[in-house]
Design a protein around this ligand. Structure first.
Ligand code: AMP
Length: 543
């Protein structure tokens, strides 16, 4: 049993000790000197909480009432303070406000002036000792001789530093191994890095990657255990009350749990078309007239990960296994549209489909990767809409292999004054029938033939998708399209309406303005609305 006065002395020293290292040492020494049963409470107090975060009790008072005089007697112990707080929190029913005040006043009477000040700070939630949660974590590592990253992980899963501290005090560093994610403690969502090139993504993911539609809605983490359901946003705000339709769905259509799944909700208008993000946020904030909002703005749910299934933690299991668990839990419903690909062409095709259905792009996920809460790395990539420009075909190479007999590798050019400037080549994007038709058409435009390359009158305009514009040492234009692919043949355009070199140069420069930072919503570079964007939506996962 430790006197509360010792805790107060620690707080005083912490306030006057500027260095983080010294604060850590003082804290570690103090925590190490406590009875293991007191450590959780001390950590709660140190972080300005009467109770640990996972303890739902609240004091329900504004501050420490004034006490008339100091009562001598038994010195106040840390446990006495906790017991007094518990009695305050438990006082309910009529006259409870007075009851709470009386109990606090009794506590204040037993405390010295110094102790009263610290009590007031705990009640007010502001310790002003400069000891952040980070310092406490480090102090716990020092106290228990445990690995800081293991402690951080336990803190993440338990959502409660006091619980971590109590665990370490009782069971030492080994006890951390038993800590698991559990329902109703939300985990930070795993995040993605931006990529522009499927070839690079495939290389990083070992030749195979799982592509999913990237839905333009809001991230949610859905927890269930029996009848209890909880929903958190990307920033871990609890939005359970605002989303009774998702709660009902979780109870009705998903396995009984305990489970934690990760996904995206999209707001739909009356016709089932996705609504802008701001509208969805209004729905998230709504706590009154929620039922009316449910009727006005139905949501579509797209799930893509499973962190706990049947109480079993899965975050360290490979993505492929988590997906299978998710598919079982949902019986195949509400799943994000997905395809496992091994080639850049398959990837581009899948993304073209995602864009055609009105989505933002695709996510590419490493099949072997664990779920890293709060982590952003190369295990998940996001690939948004490719940009397109309009090019003119000025020559074509004869095909080989499967493409023999066709003119199948097209030299692409942009307008440059009265002429055309080469910016790339591609044999990607056309169907066999289109290759055959294009070959016939280009032969009618042929002006020169060296046996390999056929030069043609610049007449055919094609919309070309690319991932990046690069500086080119070989083309006189100085620019080259990386990963070019024909999105469609623009019968409606004349060569004089193709993109100019000037425009392409501007796009090249703009690339650096947005790349890697993720342009803010609404300012994304998109030259053309993807085909079919007007009738975006589809019926997937509607509630
Ligand atoms: P961003 O907000 O641009 O960084 O993109 C990452 C976000 O895309 C995630 O936090 C999700 O909200 C959202 N998202 C949409 N579809 C998916 C998906 N299939 N997998 C992961 N995240 C997705």
């Amino acid at each position: 049993m430790t006197p509360f006065a010792d805790f107060v002395a620690l707080c005083r020293r912490l306030s006057t000790t500027p260095g983080r290292l010294d604060k850590r040492r003082l804290t570690a020494t103090f925590l190490g000197s406590l009875d293991p049963a007191e450590v959780g409470t001390a950590v709660a107090f140190l972080t300005g909480r009467p109770f640990p975060p996972s303890d739902p009790r609240v004091l329900g008072v504004r501050g420490l009432p004034g006490a008339e005089g100091h009562e001598g007697g038994q010195p106040l112990m840390i446990d006495d303070v906790l017991a007094a707080f518990a009695a305050v929190a438990d006082a309910t029913g009529s006259g409870s406000r007075r009851g709470r005040e009386q109990r606090l006043r009794a506590l204040a009477r037993r405390a010295s002036d110094d102790q009263r000040e610290i009590l007031a700070r705990i009640i007010g939630g502001e310790m002003r000792t400069g000891v952040s949660e980070g310092v406490v974590l480090e102090a716990l590592a020092e106290m228990a001789g445990a690995d800081l990253s293991a402690i951080r992980r336990a803190a993440l899963f338990l959502g409660d530093l006091s619980a971590v501290a109590a665990l370490l005090a009782r069971g030492g560093a080994e006890a951390l191994a038993s800590v698991r994610p559990r329902p109703f403690v939300p985990l930070l969502p795993m995040l993605a890095e931006i990529a522009t090139d499927f070839a690079e993504v495939l290389a990083v993911h070992g030749g195979r990657t799982a592509l999913e539609f990237k839905y333009d809605g809001a991230r949610i983490q859905l927890h269930r255990d029996g009848e209890r359901v909880g929903i958190w946003t990307r920033r871990l705000s609890d939005v359970t009350r605002s989303l009774p339709d998702v709660v009902a769905l979780a109870r009705r259509d998903l396995g009984s749990g305990p489970f934690i799944v990760d996904g995206e909700v999209v707001a739909l208008d009356a016709a089932g078309r996705p609504l802008p993000f701001q509208e969805l946020m209004r729905r998230f904030r709504r706590i009154h007239d929620v039922e009316a909002a449910v009727a006005e703005m139905p949501l579509a749910l797209h799930l893509f990960d499973c962190l706990v299934a049947h109480g079993e933690p899965l975050i360290d299991r490979p993505y492929a296994e988590r997906w299978d668990a998710l598919a079982r839990l949902t019986r195949g419903r509400f799943l994000a549209e997905r395809r496992i690909v091994t080639t850049g062409d398959e990837a581009l095709e899948f993304r073209a489909r995602a864009l055609a259905e009105g989505h933002e792009g695709v996510m590419a996920k490493d099949l072997a990767s664990a779920y890293e809460p709060g982590g952003r790395g190369k295990r998940w990539f996001k690939l948004k809409a490719a940009e397109t420009i309009d090019c003119v075909i000025i020559a074509a190479d004869r095909g080989s292999g499967r493409r023999i007999g066709w003119l199948s590798n097209y030299h692409l050019a942009v307008r440059d004054g009265d002429g055309f400037a080469d910016v790339g080549k591609t044999f990607k994007g056309l169907t066999d029938a289109e290759f055959a038709a294009m070959t016939d058409r280009l032969w009618t435009l042929a002006v020169a033939d060296d046996g390999y390359t056929v030069r043609v009158t610049p007449e055919v305009v094609v919309e070309v998708e690319y991932n990046e514009i690069q500086k080119s040492p070989t083309y006189p234009s100085g620019l080259a399209l990386r990963f070019a692919r024909i999105a469609r043949i623009r019968e409606d355009k004349a060569p004089g309406q193709a993109t100019t070199l000037e425009e392409l140069t501007a796009l090249y420069e703009r690339q650096f303005a947005t790349k890697g930072r993720g342009a803010p919503r609404g300012s994304r570079v998109r030259l053309r609305t993807p085909p079919g964007a007007a009738e975006r939506g589809g019926a997937a996962g509607g509630m």
